[in-house]
Design a protein around this ligand. Structure first.
Ligand code: XLS
Ligand code: NI
Ligand code: NI
Length: 474
C-alpha cells in the first residue's frame, strides 16, 4: 500500500527546496568573508579537477570509463553524453526525509534563503561544474533564487542571481535547460496550468515567461515542463477535459512566447505518472505523444525521459526512450534510476551497467541527444554527508553511462543483434511483405495469399540468444 500523504511530504523535502532551519556552518578560517556572497575561499579545496585515469587507477576521484575526448562511433564521448548538473539536487538537497531533519551541512550554507546565500551557492555550483569537467547545468527558477512577496520581487531576485550565473558561466558553460518550479508553493496545490483558479493559471504563465527569458539570456538550449501538479487527486471534483484544454493552451502560449523572444531552444515535456498527484496528465511517453498530437503541438515539443519516472509508469527506461525515439521525440534524458524494492521516485544515480547500456543503445540510434543531454536528476543518499560524496556520486553516474556507451558501441559494431532482428522480420522482405508495408495489401489480397500458403511456418523468436548477445557486451 502506498501512502500518498507520506509521498507528498517526502517529495516536498526531497526535492530540496526546504531550507534547514538550523544555522549551518561557515568555516571559521574565512572570518568575515563568510557573510553575504563575498565568500572568497574555494568551496571544494580538497578536490582536484577530475581526470580520466582509466581502469588501472584506484583513485575514486577519477574517471575510469569516461574519457571526454575519446571517439566512439565517430563522436567524442562528451558529445554523446552531454552531462549536466541538476542544481536542485546537488545544491538544494538537504537529506531531509519525512522522518528526519536535514543531514547535510555543507560548509558554505548559512541556513538562510537570502539572495546573498543564493549567489554564494551559485559560486559553489560553478566551481563544482568546473572540477567535474562538464559543460552544462539545469535549474528551476525558484531553486536558484528565493521567492519574493510579489512577482516583481521574485523576478528581481532571479535577475540578480542570473546576472552572477552569467558571469560565472564564462564562455564554456551554459544551461542544458531551465524550468519554472510550479509545484511547491501552496498556490499551486490544484495545479498550475490545470488549476481550477484562473489567477493561478496567470501566475504560472508569468513564472514560465520569466523562467524562459532567463534561460534564453543564459544561453540555455532547452526548456522543460514537468507537470508535477498537473493532474488530479480525484476525478469526482475534476473536469479533465477542461483542464487538458487549459494545459494545451498554456503550452501553445509558451511556444508563442519562445518565438517572440527569439529563443531557439527545444521545449521538452517530462512525463511522470504520479507523485505528487495521484495521476499526472503526462503519464508516460505514449500518453504525452497522444496529447501533443491531439492539440497539434507535435513539432513544437520533444520529451525529456527520466528513467525513474519510466519505472514508476510500469515501463523500463529503454521502453520510454524507444517510444520517444521512434516518434521523433527523444530530446533529453534525466539520468537517474529507482530502487527495485521501493515504489517511488528515489532519484538515485544510475549505476546499473545493463540499464545504462540499453539507454545508450537508444541514444546511439537517435544519433545523440543534442541539443539535449544527460541531466543528473539524482541525489545523494540521506546518509552521504561528506562534500566529497557529491563528486563521487556524479563520477559514478558518469562512468556508468560512459561504460554503457562503450558497451552499446560494441554491440552495434558486432552487429549480431542487428542480424538477429533482420532475420526475425525477413518474411516481410518478400513481395507481399513489401506490399503490406507500402500500404497496398487489402484484406482480399491477404486472404488469397493465406489460402494459397496454408498454415504459415513460424520461426523461433531467439529471445535467449538475444539476451546472450546482450550480456556478452557488458
Ligand atoms: C521530479 C522531476 C523534476 C523535473 C524538473 O520528479 O524529475 O525534478 O525534472 O522539474
Ligand atoms: Ni526530472
Ligand atoms: Ni523525477
Amino acid at each position: 500500500m502506498r501512502s500518498w500523504g507520506g509521498f507528498l511530504f517526502l517529495l516536498f523535502l526531497n526535492l530540496g527546496f526546504s531550507i534547514a532551519s538550523d544555522a549551518q556552518s561557515c568555516p571559521a578560517n574565512l572570518e568575515a568573508k563568510c557573510d553575504g556572497d563575498s565568500w572568497e575561499g574555494e568551496f571544494f579545496p580538497e578536490i582536484p579537477k577530475i581526470k580520466y585515469e582509466g581502469l588501472k587507477s584506484t583513485n575514486p576521484l577519477s574517471y575510469k570509463w569516461y574519457n571526454a575526448d575519446e571517439e566512439i562511433l565517430g563522436k567524442k564521448m562528451k558529445d554523446w553524453l552531454r552531462f549536466s548538473v541538476a542544481f536542485w539536487h546537488t545544491f538544494r538537497g538537504t537529506g531531509a526525509d519525512p522522518f528526519g531533519a536535514p543531514t547535510k551541512q555543507w560548509p558554505w550554507e548559512d541556513g538562510t534563503n537570502s539572495v546573498a546565500m543564493a549567489k554564494r551557492r551559485m559560486r559553489a555550483n560553478f566551481e563544482f561544474i568546473d572540477k567535474l569537467g562538464v559543460d552544462t547545468w539545469c535549474f528551476h527558477d525558484r531553486d536558484i533564487a528565493p521567492d519574493g512577496k510579489t512577482i516583481a520581487e521574485s523576478n528581481a531576485n532571479l535577475d540578480e542571481v542570473v546576472e552572477l550565473a552569467k558571469e560565472l558561466q564564462g564562455t564554456r558553460i551554459k544551461p542544458l535547460w531551465g524550468t519554472a518550479q510550479l509545484f511547491m508553493h501552496p498556490r499551486y496545490m490544484h495545479g498550475a496550468a490545470t488549476s481550477s483558479e484562473v489567477g493561478v493559471y496567470a501566475y504560472a504563465a508569468a513564472q514560465v515567461k520569466k523562467a524562459m527569458e532567463v534561460t534564453h539570456y543564459l544561453g540555455g538550449e532547452n526548456f522543460v515542463f514537468w507537470g508535477g501538479r498537473e493532474g488530479y487527486q480525484t476525478l469526482l471534483n475534476t473536469d479533465m477535459q477542461r483542464e487538458l484544454d487549459h494545459l494545451a493552451r498554456f503550452l501553445q502560449a509558451a511556444v508563442e512566447h519562445k518565438k517572440k523572444i527569439g529563443f531557439n531552444g527545444t521545449l521538452l515535456i517530462e512525463p511522470k505518472p504520479q507523485e505528487p498527484t495521484k495521476h499526472q496528465y503526462d503519464w508516460d511517453a505514449a500518453t504525452s505523444f497522444a496529447f501533443l498530437q491531439k492539440y497539434d503541438l507535435v513539432g513544437e515539443f520533444k520529451l525529456n525521459i527520466e528513467c525513474n519516472h519510466a519505472t514508476l509508469s510500469g515501463h523500463s527506461c529503454y521502453h520510454e526512450l524507444e517510444t520517444a525515439r521512434i516518434n521523433g521525440l527523444l530530446g533529453n534524458i534525466d539520468a537517474n534510476t529507482g530502487d527495485p524494492q521501493i515504489g517511488w521516485d528515489t532519484d538515485q544515480f544510475l549505476t546499473d551497467v545493463g540499464e545504462a547500456t540499453l539507454v545508450m543503445l537508444s541514444v546511439i540510434k537517435n544519433d545523440g541527444l543534442a541539443p539535449g543531454g544527460f541531466n543528473f536528476d539524482a541525489k545523494l543518499r540521506r546518509e552521504s554527508t561528506d562534500v566529497e560524496d557529491i563528486f563521487l556520486a556524479h563520477i559514478s553516474g558518469m562512468d556508468t553511462l560512459a561504460r554503457g556507451l562503450r558497451n552499446a558501441a560494441k554491440l552495434i559494431e558486432a552487429g549480431s543483434l542487428e542480424e538477429l532482428l533482420r532475420k526475425r522480420y525477413q518474411s516481410f522482405d518478400s513481395e507481399i511483405g513489401a506490399l503490406i508495408e507500402a500500404g497496398k495489401a487489402d484484406f482480399a489480397t491477404l486472404e488469397k495469399k493465406a489460402m494459397e500458403w496454408g498454415e504459415p511456418s513460424v520461426a523461433s523468436g531467439k529471445q535467449e540468444l538475444a539476451e546472450m548477445i546482450f550480456q556478452s557486451a557488458l
